[in-house]
Ligand binder design. Structure first.
Ligand code: ADP
Length: 450
């Protein structure tokens, strides 16, 4: 039987999914908004369907429109990618109910992990350490709230339980600001996510962002594909990622990896998932689980040779898939630089036409991108243009390879953050792997005129 998969996304991840489907001998359906007719993956898809106008709410987030496209083309499954509807439990449920297998975990798991308080309480049952804090409903009494926070210890971070994408968080460093900031954060959470529920966590001052990639077969078996370090961030958005994360406490790492695998086995987790942690003073603190493919998945693929996207598709469609931890071998080190269409000094998005460009290539270099000369970068969607990934025997060789790749790569017509990457990769703190999530905003920009 030849399966047909609808790719409910755009840009580089749609192309990544299309490539995986083609290798698996599957047919593909590409969907697109009015302004996206020239997306690269559409040129290779077996069928294409326009799902609405440019505004994401009317196209890539439009569930009825995507389901109509699925019905029209009679697909077997829907690949969500990341962003848009990838973590929308209603979408997952409706796909499955309509007879189009959602490629990912079931709607209930997505819902549970999508609410940060529920997720935290849930993973604690599996001996996964979380950030200390207060997750119950806050009392109405100001004195009681102050007492609770005093016990956690300042500084704390207020977080919207429905938050995401680095939004809905606020740090409080002294008691006199507490009540006021709680009110502001609640109001913002209500406006942004339609849910004013917030919770309080100890603010971890100088951690690394470490994540663990897991794969479950949906039947009770699961493996891990090791760690990634995504500490190079600006405004909680990742810029450079690498695998594996180096210099972690071996004992705590082994325990945490095992706890993550156990959780996924217990809940019969299906597909790819990532547990995200803050790491400080040898301790892991869970912050959230993403029930989808991550932008940075290629670094894990490069050091394991494990095709995560193919695994997602095969598992979802019930194609024989044997998960065996003993067959996962880690080789060398991989880095990923996210090339964004943005001004490297102001970080303002920089849409427009790419008049001329050249990709990077060579031994140990992977290039995941949908752009080409003449492609028009739309202002409607995120600014990710390309992911350059290098793999080498050591971290320092992977950095040198990346610098060479970045020298080769060029884009004309729009601005990109390429020069920012080149500077970070030569910066002593990064080169010595001493950076934390504070590095870019606190250390780097202070000393670098961009
Ligand atoms: P989102 O879902 O919006 O990405 P996360 O919970 O994953 O939110 O947190 C994103 C980033 O916010 C983290 O990588 C880290 O930089 C910062 N952060 C979150 N929780 C804490 C905390 N308790 N202490 C310090 N920084 C935090």
């Amino acid at each position: 039987m030849t399966y047909k998969v609808l790719i409910a996304n755009r840009g580089e991840i749609a192309l990544r999914a299309l490539r995986a489907c083609r290798e698996l001998g599957m047919k593909t359906v590409g969907v697109y908004s009015d302004v996206d007719r020239d997306l690269k993956h559409l040129k290779f898809a077996d069928e294409t369907v326009c799902i609405g106008p440019a505004s994401p709410a009317e196209s890539y987030l439009n569930i009825p429109s995507i389901l109509s496209a699925a019905e029209l083309t009679e697909v077997d499954a829907i690949y969500p990618g990341y962003g848009f509807l990838a973590e929308n439990h209603e979408f997952a449920g409706q796909c499955n109910k309509s007879g189009y297998k959602f490629i990912g975990p079931d709607a209930e798991t997505i819902k549970k992990m999508g609410d940060k308080i529920t997720a935290k309480k849930f993973v604690e049952k599996y001996n996964i350490p979380t950030v200390p804090g207060y997750s119950k409903d806050l009392p109405n009494d100001e004195a009681k709230i102050k007492h609770i926070v005093k016990n956690i210890g300042y500084p704390v971070i207020l977080k919207a339980t429905a938050g995401g994408g680095g939004r809905g968080m606020r740090v409080v460093d002294k008691e006199e600001n507490l009540i006021n900031l709680i009110e502001i954060t609640k109001q913002e959470a209500l406006n942004a996510f339609g849910n004013e529920k917030i919770y309080i966590e100890k603010y971890i001052e100088n951690p690394r962002h470490i994540e663990i990639q897991i794969i479950g077969d949906g039947k009770g078996d699961a493996i891990h594909l090791g760690t990634r370090d995504c500490s190079v961030q600006r405004r909680h958005q990742k810029i450079i990622e690498e695998a594996p994360a180096l210099n972690l406490d071996k004992n705590n790492l082994d325990k945490t990896l095992q706890a993550c695998v156990n959780l996924c086995k217990e809940i019969k987790y299906e597909g790819a998932g990532t547990l995200e942690f803050l790491y400080e003073d040898a301790g892991f603190y869970f912050i959230e689980m993403n029930t989808r493919i991550q932008v940075e998945h290629p670094v894990t693929e490069m050091i394991t040779g494990f095709d995560i996207v193919k695994a997602q598709i095969k598992i979802a469609l019930g194609i024989n898939y044997d998960l065996d931890q003993s067959k996962v071998n880690f080789k060398g080190h991989a880095l990923e630089c996210r090339i964004n269409a943005e001004d490297p000094e102001t970080f303002q998005p920089c849409p427009g036409e790419i008049t001329k460009m050249h990709t990077a290539g060579g031994f140990g270099i992977r290039y995941d991108s949908h752009i080409y000369s003449g492609y028009n970068v739309s202002p409607y969607y995120d600014s990710l243009l390309a992911k350059i990934i290098t793999q080498a025997n050591s971290r320092s060789s992977a950095i040198k390879r990346m610098l060479s790749a970045l020298d080769e790569f060029f884009v004309e017509g729009i601005k990109t953050n390429q020069s920012l990457h080149q500077k970070i990769l030569k910066n002593e703190i990064f080169v010595n792997n001493k950076h934390t999530i504070k590095y870019l905003e606190r250390d780097f920009f202070k000393n670098n005129e961009l």
